[in-house]
Write a protein that binds this ligand. Structure first.
Ligand code: ZN
Length: 97
């Protein structure tokens, strides 16, 4: 009794979470902490669990090209809006005679 503080460091529990991409993430938990059943992989964001042989499948399979195309499309929209805004600003700043 009265020695609980000393044991704090040793009372860590290490839990390894596995994702479908084969990443293993080792997380320290306090012994009395509630250990989550699932954890987002910090390397790829996929869901993980504690079963190396049967990690959870990716939630959705999205082809990379589609995502990239979406980002490109979006970026060009933003660029277009910015170019328009800059043009309008330039127009307003132009001295009038
Ligand atoms: Zn991963």
């Amino acid at each position: 009794m009265g020695e609980t503080e000393r044991g704090e460091l040793e009372s860590r529990v290490y839990v390894t979470f596995y994702c479908a991409n084969g990443h293993a993430t080792r997380c320290p938990f306090a012994q009395d902490a509630e250990i989550p059943q699932e954890w987002d992989c910090p390397r790829c964001g996929l869901p993980t669990n504690q079963d190396p042989d049967n990690p959870p499948p990716p939630p959705r399979i999205e082809p990379y090209k589609t995502h990239l195309a979406y980002v490109k499309e979006r970026r060009s929209d933003e660029d277009g809006a910015q170019i328009l805004q800059e043009a309008l600003d330039a127009l307003r700043k132009r001295p009038s005679f």
